[in-house]
Ligand binder design. Structure first.
Ligand SMILES: NC(=O)c1ccc[n+]([C@@H]2O[C@H](COP(=O)([O-])OP(=O)(O)OC[C@H]3O[C@@H](n4cnc5c(N)ncnc54)[C@H](O)[C@@H]3O)[C@@H](O)[C@H]2O)c1
Length: 311
């Protein structure tokens, strides 16, 4: 397939581009190179003939239309976002602008392209969203399912929920083949240093305090970025349009346990600097901090051919 991937120079985007090229697809990477976006993230695919990079902003309708003409996509995988919750709390406007208005621009362009091509049945618009749109779970609550109501807490989560609703409205109103994925917390290479795991590692290596929000009791379900990327390609291959797919790893950990494990691993690697846990500092909690996220990925795995087509 010919894929147009937005946010391709970011953390998950760059892993997705690598996975898509390895699976034989053609990819046009589209990214404005803002904050977390770095061209170096795409270094491994720079000389791949089936890959092109275009610098552009998803809020810029002309740039998006030009990208469609170059990519001639069979599918759009939309990852471009202001993805940091703290940044969205400090400054909500750019977050809402990119995550909501940028998605609107891309949906308009996708609908125009899809109609121009005669509404091909195989076309897909993959809206890459987060489990944060569902809000917080209590310790004993069952994990979120695709029927769970959206109850976002942060401006980031609210903007993603708004974008998801827009995408599904484009399916219900015009039939654009939209799939929404809700992935859990993702870790792995090339994640921006502002996120929990890279921030803890870089602080510990530099001998600086490792900040931990509140008591560190918050629980997240962690998935490796390569698994998340493969799950997105599986959704592209197998998901029925109009559906939400929940992508998780059944790998729930409290933040303080996670940071403790990082410190223990660093103790093994650098015994002279042990114990790294002495650097952990509990800082004032994030306002509106959700206690727990977890998703039930059973529906995802039970999709027709979901397992078989998992690349
Ligand atoms: N990281 C996670 O744990 C996680 C979990 C679930 C879902 N997601 C979703 O996956 C997607 C990617 O997340 P990530 O962690 O890779 O984020 P990231 O911040 O690493 O990358 C985002 C990319 O989007 C680009 N971008 C931002 N604004 C843009 C704009 N206006 N126009 C064009 N490009 C723009 C940035 O330059 C960057 O390359 C996001 O939509 C996010 O909501 C992330």
């Amino acid at each position: 397939m010919r894929l147009l991937v937005t946010g391709a120079a970011g953390f998950i985007g760059s892993a997705l581009v690598e996975a898509a090229l390895a699976a034989g697809h053609e990819v046009l990477s589209f990214d404005a190179l803002l904050r977390a976006g770095r061209l170096e993230n795409l270094a491994a695919v720079r000389s791949t003939p089936r890959h092109r990079f275009v610098k552009g902003d998803v809020r810029d309708a002309a740039a998006v239309a030009a990208a469609f003409e170059i990519a001639r996509p069979d599918a759009v995988l939309h990852l471009a976002a202001e993805s940091h919750v703290d940044v969205s709390i400090a400054s909500p406007t750019p977050c809402v602008s990119t995550n909501v208005c940028g998605t609107l621009t891309l949906l308009e362009a996708s609908l125009a392209w899809w109609r121009k091509r005669g509404r091909p049945a195989h076309f897909r618009f993959l809206q890459v969203s987060t489990d944060e749109v569902f809000g917080a779970l209590g310790p004993q609550d069952p994990p979120f399912t695709e029927e769970s109501p959206c109850r976002p807490s942060s401006p980031y989560a609210a903007s993603k929920a708004a974008a998801d609703h827009l995408a599904l409205a484009w399916f219900r109103t015009w039939g654009l083949p939209v799939i929404v994925t809700h992935g859990t917390n993702t870790y792995g290479p090339r994640q921006h240093r502002e996120k929990l795991i890279p921030r803890a590692i870089t602080a510990a290596l530099a001998g600086r305090p490792i900040p931990l929000y509140g008591s560190g009791a918050q629980i997240r379900d962690w998935i490796h970025v390569e698994d998340h990327a493969r799950a997105l390609l599986a959704a592209l291959a197998s998901a029925a349009p109009g559906r939400r797919w929940l992508i998780g790893a059944r790998n729930e950990l409290a933040n303080r346990v996670l940071v403790g494990r990082i410190c223990a691993l660093l103790d093994e690697a650098r015994p002279a600097c042990a114990p790294h846990a002495r650097l952990i500092r509990h800082v004032a909690d994030r306002p509106g901090h959700d206690f727990r996220y977890a998703v039930d990925p059973r529906a995802f795995m039970a999709q027709p051919d979901g397992r078989r087509q998992f690349p």
